[in-house]
Each structure stands twice: as structure tokens, then as C-alpha cells.
Design a protein around this ligand. Structure first.
Ligand code: ZN
Length: 124
């Protein structure tokens, strides 16, 4: 018995959805943890007269956490966006030319919104 290619694609898309949902759950847990850390402070009381360089180090740590959080939020938004497109049946359709994006590309990059030729041509 041979499957039609669209049935295969459906199954691949279901796998990708499970993958993206797992990623989204991981990201939200991570974000919840980071937000908790941020609101709870560093957890240690810094002495008032601290060496300036140590203070700078703490600022950098804060900046670093903020950058991580921003990155996670961006990835989380990409996940939500991909899931939304899956729900609407728009997932895997190239935003530029309207053709189906190669399934191998989607497996490698679930958030891709353009097919390879369009991406390479940088068409919008
Ligand atoms: Zn395209």
C-alpha cells in the first residue's frame, strides 16, 4: 500500500506540531523561571559600599539575563506563530510565492515562513 504524498505531509506536519508544542512548553517554563528570578532580585543582599567593578559585574549579569529572556520570548513568539499557522492551515506555505515549503526544510527549521528559493532571492 502506498501513501499519497499529502498524507505523508500531514503526518510530517503533525510531528512538527508536536515538536513545536514541546518547544513552546519548554520555553514558557524557562520564561516563568527567569521572570521569577528577575522579580525576586538576585537572592543575595549586596552591601551598600561595594567595589564598583563588582557592581558592574552584577549589571552585566542583569543585562545578560535580560538578553536571554528577550531571546526566549522571541522564540516563544515564533512557536506561537507557527502553531497559529498550523491551526489555520497556513503552515508550510511560503509567505512570498504561496507554494508549499519543502518538508525537509520545515523539519530542520519549523519556523520557516519562506521556501528556499524565495529566501535565497530575498523576495518579500
Ligand atoms: Zn517561495
Amino acid at each position: 500500500m502506498t501513501e499519497t504524498s499529502s498524507a505523508t505531509r500531514e503526518r510530517d506536519l503533525a510531528e512538527i506540531r508536536a515538536q513545536v508544542e514541546g518547544e513552546r512548553d519548554r520555553l514558557s517554563r524557562e520564561l516563568t523561571r527567569l521572570r521569577g528570578d528577575a522579580s525576586g532580585g538576585t537572592g543575595k543582599e549586596a552591601p551598600f559600599h561595594e567595589h564598583p567593578t563588582e557592581h558592574a559585574g552584577e549589571m552585566e549579569e542583569h543585562e545578560r539575563l535580560l538578553a536571554i529572556r528577550e531571546n526566549l520570548e522571541q522564540m516563544n513568539a515564533q512557536c506561537q506563530e507557527a502553531l497559529g499557522r498550523l491551526d489555520r492551515g497556513e503552515y508550510g506555505i511560503c509567505r512570498s510565492c504561496g507554494k508549499e515549503i519543502d518538508i525537509e526544510r520545515l523539519k530542520a527549521l519549523p519556523y520557516a515562513t519562506r521556501c528556499i528559493p524565495c529566501k535565497e532571492a530575498r523576495r518579500d
